[in-house]
Design a protein around this ligand. Structure first.
Ligand SMILES: Cc1cc2nc3c(=O)[nH]c(=O)nc-3n(C[C@H](O)[C@H](O)[C@H](O)COP(=O)(O)O)c2cc1C
Length: 209
């Protein structure tokens, strides 16, 4: 079966360090017969979620002036999702967080059981905190998180520096191989292993009577 992974580049730099790391993962996926499409969030302003709740009814964000709703459809059609971000103050890029908040809030059911992974690019520090933050989008949405041989980060201020981070680049290639393996396992299991059944959601807001 033809499979595709949506690659979300959350850096303002279209072909910067984050892109360089993402493409190392993508090139392995491609070699394994899985196609990839890169989606750059761009440099235009991205609104934050205003918690209006409209998406609970429509399955889409109420704001249409940026590409969040397009990404929702692309992610729903894809077999896996890979997200990359530069590290800003030990966190993912704020624009990317705004983008992902609106993409995932109340719509995670659209992405359930799709393998997902995050990668981050930093100059020096804060990588694992940013990485953890991105993984939260997946683990709240029943998405299996693909592992690698280390926490998925590269180091550099320029693509050339990232390419010199040999261990970081190897972590990216391992991630690509692991993602391809998991995608193929899930695909092979489809005729015999049904997806898990969902219980009706229980939502308790830590209220004590
Ligand atoms: C606003 C801002 C904050 C940053 N904060 C950090 C940081 O906390 N830790 C770090 O190592 N690098 C930090 N950096 C550097 C970038 O994360 C790093 O150079 C990254 O590889 C750039 O990726 P890009 O080329 O895809 O934009 C920061 C850069 C900017 C612009």
């Amino acid at each position: 079966m033809d499979m595709n992974v949506l690659v979300i580049n959350g850096s303002p730099h279209k072909e910067g360090c984050t892109h360089t790391a993402l493409m190392e993962v993508a090139s392995v996926l491609n070699r394994e017969g899985i196609s990839t499409s890169e989606f750059h969030i761009g440099t235009q302003a991205i609104r934050p979620c205003i918690a209006c709740g409209a998406c609970a009814k429509t399955g889409y964000c109420a704001f249409n002036e940026d590409r969040v709703n397009e990404a929702i459809d692309l992610a729903q059609k894809s077999d896996g999702i890979l997200v990359g971000s530069p590290v800003y103050y030990a966190a993912p890029n704020g624009s990317l967080c705004a983008f992902l908040d609106r993409m995932f809030f109340m719509k995670g059911y659209k992405f359930a059981f799709k393998p997902a992974a995050a990668i981050v690019s930093c100059r020096r520090g804060g990588a694992s905190a940013a990485f953890d933050r991105l993984n939260k989008y997946f683990t709240i949405c029943n998405m299996p998180v693909v592992p690698s041989q280390y926490w998925n980060s590269v180091h550099g201020m320029t693509p050339a520096e990232v390419r010199r981070d040999l261990e970081g680049m190897q972590v990216m290639r391992t991630l690509g191989r692991n993602m391809a393996w998991l995608l193929k396992c899930i695909d092979a299991a489809k005729p015999t292993v049904p997806y898990p059944k969902h219980e009706d959601r229980v939502s308790t807001n830590f209220i004590r009577g």
